[in-house]
Design a protein. Sequence first.
Length: 232
Amino acid sequence: MPMEIDELAPLGDRYRDVLLSLYDGEPQRGADGRLHAIDGTTRVSLAEGMTLHSLCVTNRVTSLLEVGLAYGFSTVFLLAALERIGGGTHTAIDPFQMTDWHGIGVTHANGLTAHSATLTSRSFIWIEDRSDRALVDLERAGRTCGLVFIDGYHRFDDVLVDFTLAARLCGSGGLIVLHDMWLDSIKAVASFVRRDRPDFAEVATACKNLFVVRRVGEDERDWSHFVDFPLR
């Protein structure tokens, strides 16, 4: 196995066991109660997951949001962070959870919260809708988030829309994380944010495949503001 069990020890036994099974590529139980094979590419790496966990714990973030749920790799890391902090809410947006992913991510999340002494059935919320619609609905409902992890569609325009809408949910100090910086589309969004969103500042991490920014001010750009940015 390409990891040491000790690396997952800070998460606790239940979270560690779920992740070990996922990273081993074992068939996972879906919402239909059956075991389903999983592919080996739809995941965050161990280092990326632990970075997400650390960002939440270090910043004491108790309101989390994730675009893209799939098998639930990142969700397990994020729920483990809430457990360690002492509670909170994690919301995952994924319109294809039951069709493409057999409900595996939801099943893991519900199982972990059901057997937690700290988290409850209200600690995990799944929204079965497109992120552009769901993020607007959350803003209208007055929701705020301390950390948003964007890992849904990876086309430039989709990611830029996700970032723009997610930014409206982040108060001062809120974090937004983009996944898959190896893709030109994600690099382009990161480049735009660096040049054109002075209300966010980049946060350095050891994971080159993650782009992390923190809200450091209000969006006070002029209506015609634009700074040219390199595409990569």
